[in-house]
Every structure is written in C-alpha cells, then in structure tokens.
Design a protein around this ligand. Structure first.
Ligand code: SF4
Length: 219
C-alpha cells in the first residue's frame, strides 16, 4: 500500500488504501514509498518477518517508481486534503530524490499543498551530506522522532546502523532543517517513557529551538 489514510484504529485495521478511504476532504493522506531504514527500532513492526510480510504497508512489489506514485495520485483531488504526509513503513528520505520529485510534480498542480515529513532524522548520515536545503519549499513541517533523552538510550531503542553518533546527528538535522522548513518538531511517545525523561526531551528541544510533541500512546 503506497497511499493511504489512517482511521485512528491501531494496527493494520487502522490503515486504509486511498481507494477505500471514501471522501478524502479534510483528511491527512500518507505516502509510503520505501521500506528501507537504517534503524531497526525495538518497537517497530518491521522487526518480525511475519509482521513485515503481513503488514499492508510492506511494499511486496518493491518500491514504486515516481511515475507509478503519480499514477496512483491521478484520480484524486488533493486540493481538498489536510496534510500530505511522507512516512510509512521505512524512512522516506532513503528516497530523497524521488520524494522531492513527487512533491515538485504535485505542487505544480496544487501550489498550496501542505506537506509533512515524518522522519528518523538520519538523512544526513544516510546520504553523507547536508540534505536539509532540499527540504526547502517542499515541506511545511518536519517531524523527527526523538525517542530518548540521551545517545545511549536512543541507540538501544533504534539500533541505528550509524551507532552512537546517531543521536547528535538527529539533533543537528533538526537545527539545520529549521533554516529551510517553517515548522520543525521532535516527538516522543507518552507513557513509554517516564515523565522525567519527557521533561529531559523537552529541555533538549528548547535548547535546539524546536517544538516537542508528545504523541499519544497506542496499545
Ligand atoms: S526509524 Fe521508523 S521505520 Fe525505521 S525501524 Fe524505527 S520505527 Fe521502524
């Protein structure tokens, strides 16, 4: 499933292909273009083979081309949606170039389209350069998973292939992204971490000059 809506129900039942989503007016539309990711977070559904193969966000036929994604969007009027959100079952910026091309083509048709990126914040390590200038004019919001208040805990949770430098890298990514994107937020999930750790995350975000969003916990 490449383009979908989220119903609020947890798990697979919560994802609906855009074709089965009914009236899309006012809804967030999610785009899932890759299953690649440099992390293997302990809480990620990608971790078990069964979940990977059974999950509707697993791209069984491989990554869709930019043309294919545009074909999937073609029947819909995106002028009526809320946000277009790049996220899914992998790290969207693994396909930086293709994601940018999809946005550029969509914005040519819908100049007022609001676009959000949900990311692990590791794109600069993935690509070995500062990619944040490429976010400018494309994304209105960048939402980075902070996950933890320190580098050790971050690594233990995400098992990032880039190792202990990953935590500093996502903080740097947030600061660099601010120069190019209006709204940069970092997120943690409520209940999975004690209040004092959420406070520590809040302090980190204050120092970085970004907003902390505490996402609701879903069983
Ligand atoms: S960064 Fe996201 S997609 Fe990647 S392993 Fe973690 S939760 Fe899963």
């Amino acid at each position: 499933m490449v383009i979908y809506t989220v119903t609020g129900k947890v798990g697979q039942a919560g994802y609906l292909d855009i074709a089965n989503s009914g009236d899309i007016a006012g809804k967030n539309i999610y785009v899932n273009m890759t299953n690649r990711c440099p992390c293997s977070c302990v809480f990620c559904l990608r971790q078990t083979k069964k979940m990977m193969e059974g999950n509707s966000l697993w791209l069984k036929e491989g990554e869709p081309s930019v043309d294919k994604v545009m074909d999937l969007f073609a029947p819909y009027d995106l002028s009526v949606i809320n946000d277009l959100v790049f996220c899914g079952f992998g790290e969207p910026l693994e396909r930086l170039h293709d994601v940018c091309e999809v946005i550029d083509r969509l914005k040519a048709k819908y100049p007022n389209l609001k676009v959000r990126l949900n990311t692990n914040g590791l794109a600069n390590l993935i690509h070995g350069r500062d990619v944040t200038p490429e976010l400018e004019g494309r994304f209105d919001t960048v939402s980075i998973s902070l996950n933890a208040p320190d580098a050790e805990e971050f690594l233990a949770l995400t098992r990032s292939k880039f190792g202990i430098q990953s935590f500093d890298a996502i903080k740097e990514f947030a600061v660099l992204a601010k120069a190019h994107v209006k709204n940069v937020v970092m997120t943690v999930v409520e209940k999975v971490m004690p209040e004092e750790k959420i406070e520590a995350c809040r302090k980190i975000c204050e120092e970085l000059g970004v907003t902390l969003r505490v996402r609701p916990f879903e069983e």
